[in-house]
Write a protein that binds this ligand. Structure first.
Ligand SMILES: C[S@@+](CC[C@H](N)C(=O)[O-])C[C@H]1O[C@@H](n2cnc3c(N)ncnc32)[C@H](O)[C@@H]1O
Length: 284
C-alpha cells in the first residue's frame, strides 16, 4: 500500500495491532464462532469451478482457502486484507494447505484497484463492517464484478443478539464499572452493518440489486473442559480486551469475572451462547 493517508487508516492500525491476538485466538473463532455464518456466505456465493473471485477482509485466509478448493479446476481467488500480518499468515496457511489458485494482497478494499468487471463473485466472512464509507467501498467492489455476479457476505447483528460477545463484556464491566462510549450508528466496527435496513440502503446506493438479507441464528457451544480456552480468546480481542487495556491493574479480577460468568452458565457440561448474523447476497 502507498504511504499516502487512506480513509481506513484507523482500522488498518487497529487490525495490525490486534493481528497477533487474532491469529492466536483464531482456532476459537473458526471452530466455535464463525463457522455456520461463513458457510452460509460461501454457499450463497454459488461459486463455480474456473471462476475468478475476491474475498474481502480475508484475515488469515480461511474463507479464501475453502473457496479456492471449491472452484478447481481452473478457478482463482484473491484474498485482500488491510493488515500485512494477517496477509503474511494467510500466505503461510495457503502454502501449508497446498491449495492452488489463490493469491493474497494487502490493500484497503474501499479504494483498492479491483479490475474492471472481471470478478465472477465476491465473498466475505465478517470483513465488510469496517469501512469508513461503506457505500463508496461497495461501489468500488461492484466496479470489479461482472454484471449479474453474486456478492455474498455475513456480518453481525446487534450486540444484544450476540451473547458470546455481550456476556463476557458485561462481566468485565461488572468489575471496572466503565461503560465504553457507544459507537455512532453505522460507525466502522463489528456492528457497522448490524441494521438490515442500512445494509439494504448501502448496497442499493452502491448499485447492487436483488438484495437478499437472511437472518441466521446459531449458538456458540463450549464444553466445560474448553471454558479456559474460551476465556483466553474472548479476553484477547473485543470488549474484554478494551477493559483490560484500560484497567491493567484489574486484569486478573476482570478475567476471573469472565471465567466465573461462563462457568455459572454451564448446563449439562456445556456453555451455550446465542449468536446472530445477517447472510447477505446481492447481484452486481
Ligand atoms: C473480523 S476479521 C475477519 C477475518 C476473516 N474474514 C475471518 O473470518 O477469519 C475482519 C478483517 O477485515 C479486515 N479489514 C478491515 N477493514 C478492511 C478494509 N478496509 N479492507 C480490507 N480488509 C479490511 C481486517 O484487517 C480483518 O482481518
Amino acid at each position: 500500500m502507498s504511504d499516502a493517508p487512506g480513509p481506513n487508516d484507523a482500522q488498518a492500525e487497529y487490525w495490525e495491532d490486534r493481528s497477533s491476538s487474532w491469529i492466536d485466538s483464531e482456532g476459537w473463532w473458526l471452530t466455535a464462532v464463525a463457522g455456520p455464518f461463513g458457510a452460509a456466505a460461501l454457499d450463497r456465493l454459488e461459486a463455480q469451478p474456473g471462476g475468478r473471485y475476491l474475498d474481502i477482509g480475508c484475515g488469515t485466509g480461511p474463507t479464501s482457502i475453502e473457496l479456492a478448493r471449491r472452484i478447481q479446476p481452473g478457478g482463482v481467488v484473491e484474498g485482500v486484507d488491510i493488515s500485512p500480518s494477517m496477509i503474511a499468515t494467510a500466505q503461510a496457511r495457503a502454502a501449508d494447505a497446498g491449495v492452488g489458485g489463490i493469491t493474497f494482497r494487502v490493500a484497503d478494499v474501499q479504494v483498492a484497484e479491483l479490475g474492471d468487471h472481471l470478478l465472477d463473485g465476491v465473498v466475505s466472512q465478517f470483513g465488510v463492517m469496517f469501512f469508513a464509507d461503506p457505500t463508496a467501498a461497495f461501489t468500488n467492489v461492484r466496479g470489479g464484478m461482472r454484471p449479474g455476479s453474486n456478492l455474498s457476505f455475513c456480518c453481525w447483528q446487534q450486540l444484544f443478539s450476540n451473547e458470546w460477545m455481550f456476556v463476557p463484556g458485561a462481566a468485565a464491566i461488572g468489575i471496572t464499572g466503565w461503560m465504553p462510549e457507544p459507537l455512532a450508528d453505522g460507525a466502522p466496527g463489528p456492528f457497522g452493518l448490524c441494521d438490515a435496513n442500512r445494509i439494504d440502503t448501502v448496497l442499493d446506493g452502491a448499485g447492487f440489486r436483488d438484495i437478499d438479507i437472511l437472518d441466521v441464528r446459531a449458538e456458540v457451544v463450549v464444553p466445560e473442559e474448553r471454558i479456559d480456552d474460551a476465556v483466553r480468546s474472548v479476553s484477547r480481542i473485543g470488549a474484554v480486551r478494551e477493559q483490560v487495556e484500560r484497567f491493567p491493574d484489574q486484569r486478573e479480577a476482570i478475567i476471573d469475572a469472565v471465567r466465573s460468568e461462563l462457568h455459572d452458565r454451564l448446563d449439562g457440561g456445556h456453555l451455550t451462547l446465542a449468536s446472530a448474523a445477517w447472510a447477505v447476497r446481492a447481484t452486481a
